[in-house]
Unconditional design. Structure first.
Lengths: 358, 358, 358
């Protein structure tokens, strides 16, 4: 039996920020598939297989004519659904001539595509990533395109924040993260890790944001994984004794790290990230500073993760050992990988049923 | 059964322009074989396996002593026929010590080598590439060394000029190419594609060369493939109604694109190209302009093909689908590939007979 | 049966110059294994597997805390013996948690590690490389890190100095090397090649060092291979007739090229080299000149070898032919490879016995 696929296909994956996709042809590799994205004249986004039916030239080297894509080699034309509508120098069109079109929706400021069976592509299944909408919560993130690691290494990283103590010791790291107990719960599609650090000195990052000199704080990290590739991390601090653990965060500051990670290949991924907050929302200077704190020419928090993740993948490639050894801190990551494996198995079942029905 | 080889071996392939080969040692990979070319003192070109018999150091790192090549590591000496004539620190020479020598001829301003069975290497089999001689037809072409595509993709490209409409829309492309009927004929060693576009507006490239403002023209493309790797494309325009389709080209301008494409590996090739004409032959400025029109730092006609061909190969590698789907326009390319496949099969037969005879 | 390993494991290999290893974490790949070297507070050198037990992040990306190495991802701590002494956020330590520690000794100004069975790692087995000690013989060598060739190609090179005539024709090369007879002897762990060239014109390199204008010399090359990866080449010239061949070198100059070559992978190696002399030892200018004569931005003697060795490996990769053809001059190299093959076989036997005993 072959090794299981690293990622399920019957699910929505983030493909791009909505602002990235316009009338230019944008090639991208997602889940091992080369696709080209472009915006139709009615504003919707089309996602086609990026290889002409005829001779495989990437369609992204062609050009748009209205809503249709013209191949740059021999001029075959495809509509936004992938159907060939014109062949050069012949009147008859082979009725089977088409390229694959991927179900595509825009939501939460991202473009999502469904790489699996189109019949199952229910837009209602796009995961709740609403903190990225730019309304109640604000922030301007970015993308690591073609990050050189298995997307699950990013998930491991986000589902265990003890690494902050070592990887981000100069900003959000804190020995208290290690000392505080944490709790992991799960449903069949999500995993939630909750950690409260009560009555501690705030680490530098949060001290600056809270701006209450001398105050001790309660700090929280409530990180939710939504299978197979979304993480929403509710994080913040509030002045100790003001009721944050009981639900009153009014004497605190609250942010969220948002991550949509999409496999590019088995060993590379695209990482759409944002860090949003629900306070001081009109402060553009603060927004810019938070963005810069995360990605800043190698010096940001995510740059630090980037370095670790790529080094980890290289080490795995050079030194394969399966499975990893695990610690108590890996409980969140373990559940995450378990849910992914279940989705992958469900893909196989769906394909089997589909085949049986034919 | 293994997949058939992409190219036959018992045939002549262009290895270099004659002007490229002098007393310097020129390494080149041809049909998967590393060879070194150099000119003997009598002016002939020798082509040897580029790996010393002893320890495989490329002989191209050595030096010439008269007609003999001295290995740069331990000083073994090989004559132009590949036979070892000197071994260091010993009197006796192993009589079997040699490197392979490839039959080599110069013709039509190119050096040709025969990578297959030397016993079959008849110089009379060098394909007619006489328009490259620099006499009746003039032009100064060049070489794409190590173009990153299967050489057959170049042949596909040249045997179907409808791509001009899309790839070269700013120069020789023309919607009329698509509208005009074409005819494909073949022998057992050649394929000829003929297309006449009568009574049309000349496209920009030909309008400039013809220099008959306002005239409508008859345009022709008569492209001949000579198996396995030569294409001669007779192309031109003449003023409509002056008899060109019937054979009188006196009121027109006539050029020819010449291509000798040699596999370097299964997925790379060397492309020796020229564009020649039989009019205004002493006009060096025009010669230079035509050369520049074809290859010009990424902006020439062949630069445009180059980009398409390499992108197509990359797409094939990332997205294997065999065989290609074909259109009516692919008739020339289909025959081309069929003749190549027959030559490859004939190689196998020759090898079998050879083995049986021993 | 799989192809035999290219190198034995139950042996000492040079890993670094002692001066290279301090409190910084130094990653290096040796015998296919990624290791990290660092100096403990008591001055000894520790060599650990460069991959955390937990999630494989290279430990070289972590930091030292006293004698212990802290992983830069989740803070696992390992002592100099590779045992995990701390795990984040938990009291209990998995008793099997450890990374591999390699026996390490410092001798002859080099750090040596034993990549095989630690139980067999007897420091007395470190080969005699005492001419590198910096006492009786002086010289300042260097390292080719990650030379792109099988380490045995370097041994071939050093065990047959006829190549000097061709590769180093401008310095130490001499046609006399080819003319002079040589003798090869061996034990079960060493091979010695002896060549005397009597009553010759000294080549440029030695003429300068001897500084006896007009004198003819006796030149010697006594090169000893110590399995599996050390070469000591005793070389020099003395005025002819003063008794050098009989043992009196007082009217001559004597140097030694020293080489410790360590496989990095099957096709790359690290080459620790030195050229030492026992005369004019306080002449730092001469020391610097000799170093520069060997490695000098591509122009030194070893730079010339470097170029040949990497080209040879590339040719082998592109043109596999096994075994090499051999000449008389290869007698030393042949014995060298035979002893290595015996050591590799002994590794297998040791592993078999080890398995049987369990």
């Amino acid at each position: 039996m072959a090794e299981a696929r690293a990622y399920p296909l019957n699910t929505w994956y983030a493909a791009a920020w909505t602002t990235e996709i316009g009338r230019a042809l944008t090639p991208r590799k997602l889940c091992g598939k080369s696709v080209v994205l472009y915006r139709l004249t009615d504003g919707r986004v089309a996602t086609l297989e990026d290889a002409c039916w005829h001779r495989l030239l990437p369609l992204s080297l062609g050009f748009l004519r209205g809503d249709e894509l013209v191949c740059g080699y021999h001029g075959l034309v495809f509509d936004g659904g992938g159907r060939c509508t014109h062949m050069p120098a012949q009147q008859t069109i082979n009725p089977s001539a088409s390229v694959r079109a991927y179900p595509t929706v825009e939501r939460h400021r991202l473009v999502w595509i469904w790489p699996g069976d189109p019949a199952l592509a229910d837009p209602e299944l796009v995961p709740d990533f609403s903190r990225n909408d730019g309304t109640d919560w604000v922030g301007e993130g970015g993308t690591f395109v073609s990050l050189k690691c298995d997307y699950r290494l990013v998930l491991d990283n986000l589902m265990d924040l003890t690494h902050e103590t070592y990887v981000h010791s100069d900003s959000i790291g804190d020995e208290n993260i290690l000392a505080a107990p944490f709790d992991v719960t799960h449903t069949d599609r999500s995993v939630t890790l909750t950690r409260w650090m009560t009555d501690i000195e705030p680490p530098p990052f949060w001290r600056r944001l809270l701006n209450r000199p001398g105050a001790r704080v309660d700090r929280w990290q409530i990180v939710t994984f939504k299978a197979p590739s979304i993480v929403v991390g509710d994080v913040g601090v509030a002045v100790t004794g003001t009721g944050a653990p009981q639900g009153d965060r009014s004497q605190g500051v609250n942010g969220a790290f948002l991550a949509a990670i999409t496999p590019e290949t088995d060993k590379t991924c695209h990482y759409f990230w944002n860090f949003v907050r629900n306070f001081d929302r009109d402060n553009d200077e603060l927004t810019a500073a938070l963005t810069k704190g995360h990605v800043n020419d190698g010096k940001g928090v995510y740059d630090q993760d980037h370095r670790v993740l790529e080094a980890q993948q290289a080490a795995i490639d050079g030194n394969p050992r399966t499975p990893f050894y695990n610690l108590n801190i890996d409980a969140g990551a373990l559940w995450t990988r378990r849910l992914i494996a279940e989705l992958v198995a469900r893909d196989t079942d769906a394909a089997t049923m589909h085949a049986a029905a034919e």
